[in-house]
Design a protein around this ligand. Structure first.
Ligand code: SAJ
Length: 437
């Protein structure tokens, strides 16, 4: 199948890079976002998100005339939905006394509805948003069929999950293998034809529900593996063992590769997607639920560690919190465990000054953010490292000693090990170092 014009709904971390990829490969792309600020910012050639290399690809796509931007869709050969699927903040479900989070599918619903008036025979509609199993079949198809056309015979429908890692999106979009699940084999083929425009990795065809499940399995697998690393960090404290050394040694086994403990699991993917299994099959997804609970509780473990490092009480302690992003070297603060740790410290009476180098002016409610590292460190009693940003990883003892009166360092991501902090007067506590059992 040939695609002269495609319409991409949702211009976030996935939709926008994907739009620029198609445009770079000679396809006319209409990028659609319901947020007028996003459309205006992009039209001016500026970005509303941070992703390495994206600024240049946007500039080229606009200059080529292949990428245009609008608040609503228009007729096209293919429609690609890449809108967010978060969970509801306040609406939860319950199964035998266990609370679970529920997917907020309103953006997928309204994006699909926006396509209906423009749907023509022979079109392809692809859902990319991570979704609970059967969303394509049970939610998307019935909405599209309000057009009077029949899915699978009059038009094609497919689900194709994005699998790119924030920070490496442009490279991974091209190189990663892609799974395309069709409502029918013809739909899968149409989807594969679409992605073959720029994907150099292998394109695997399957059915839509399998493709949905594949995506959820990938992120759930990672979440469960991080949960066991986090649980190991707690066990290591109990037994007086340095978890980082133990992980390194255990991972020498040819069939063992343990992930890193940390302050918790954040972002809009790994901390969200496993809930889609729990919500849709709470009777079966018990291990998955437990892993979510372990990871969600990890910020409390950080507080306990800090309490002991600071002599048993956090009340009135002035803390310089370094890093608010959900992981190293990104500007994304969504579902960030670092933000939760800061709030928990505040609840304990600590006075926290936070610094996030990728978003110094983050406007997070209730968080006192410093404009620069120096401002966060001045006057602190303790330094709390929450994210392993490169800038923090390269801090040296003498340099830090000159910037802060604090001599207690609490490192939740093992980014400061291997330097002689003691000679500069510091006491370094690392999460899971076995010293506060
Ligand atoms: N984390 C740990 N320990 C680790 C690894 C990660 O605590 O050893 C934490 C991070 O600090 C972060 C969270 O987990 O808070 C998630 O980070 P991540 O780097 O594991 O993943 P994401 O959310 O940035 O991207 C994931 C990727 N999925 C997998 O690796 C299976 C990516 O390929 C997906 O495209 C993306 O989710 C997505 O959009 O679904």
């Amino acid at each position: 199948m040939k695609f002269n014009k495609i319409c991409i709904l949702g211009l976030g971390y996935i939709g926008l890079p994907t739009a620029t990829m198609f445009a770079a490969n000679g396809v006319k792309v209409l990028g659609v976002d319901t947020n007028p600020n996003v459309v205006e910012t992009l039209k001016a050639g500026r970005l509303h998100i941070h992703e390495p290399g994206l600024g240049e690809t946007l500039e080229k796509a606009l200059a080529s005339g292949n990428l245009s931007l609008a608040p609503a869709p228009e007729p096209a050969d293919a429609f690609l939905i890449a809108v967010p699927t978060p969970f509801f903040e306040h609406e939860t479900g319950e199964y035998h006394g266990q609370v679970y989070k529920k997917a907020d599918m309103r953006a997928v619903t309204s994006a699909t509805e926006a396509i209906v008036p423009h749907l023509r025979k022979g079109n392809l509609v692809v859902l990319e948003s991570t979704s609970p199993p059967r969303t394509t079949v049970d939610l998307v198809v019935p909405i599209l069929e309000r057009s009077g056309l029949k899915a699978g015979s009059d038009f094609y429908v497919a689900y194709s999950p994005e699998r790119v890692l924030p920070g490496q999106i442009l490279r991974e979009l091209v190189e990663n293998a892609r799974v395309v699940g069709g409502l029918t084999p013809e739909s899968a083929q149409a989807g594969a034809d679409l992605y073959s425009v720029f994907v150099r990795g292998q394109i695997h065809r399957t059915d839509a529900t399998t493709a949905e499940m594949v995506k959820l399995m990938e992120n759930t697998y990672r979440d469960v593996n991080i949960a066991i690393a986090n649980e190991f960090s707690r066990l290591a404290e109990r037994f007086g063992v340095d978890v980082w050394e133990a992980i390194q040694l255990a991972s020498l086994h040819p069939r063992v590769k343990i992930l890193n403990p940390g302050p918790g699991v954040g972002g809009h993917c790994i901390s969200v997607d496993p809930w889609f299994f729990v919500e849709t099959a709470p009777d079966l997804a018990q291990l998955i639920l437990k892993a979510r609970q372990v990871n969600d509780a990890q910020p409390h473990f950080v507080v306990e560690k800090a309490r002991q490092a600071l002599g048993g009480d956090l009340n009135g302690k002035r803390i310089a919190a370094l890093g608010l992003a959900y992981k190293p070297d990104v500007d994304d603060l969504r579902e960030s465990p670092a933000v939760e740790v800061v709030h928990l410290f505040q609840k304990e009476g600590a006075i926290v000054k936070a610094f996030e180098p990728f978003k110094p002016e983050n406007g997070l409610p209730g968080i006192d953010s410093a404009p620069a590292l120096e401002a966060a460190l001045a006057g602190a009693d303790a330094v709390l490292l929450l994210v392993g940003h490169s800038q923090f990883r390269s801090l040296m003892p003498a340099q830090l000693a000159s910037l802060t009166p604090a001599r207690v360092l609490i490192d939740t991501v093992n980014a400061l090990a291997g330097r002689d902090w003691e000679s500069a007067g510091f006491c370094l506590w690392r999460l899971g170092d076995g010293r506060t059992g």
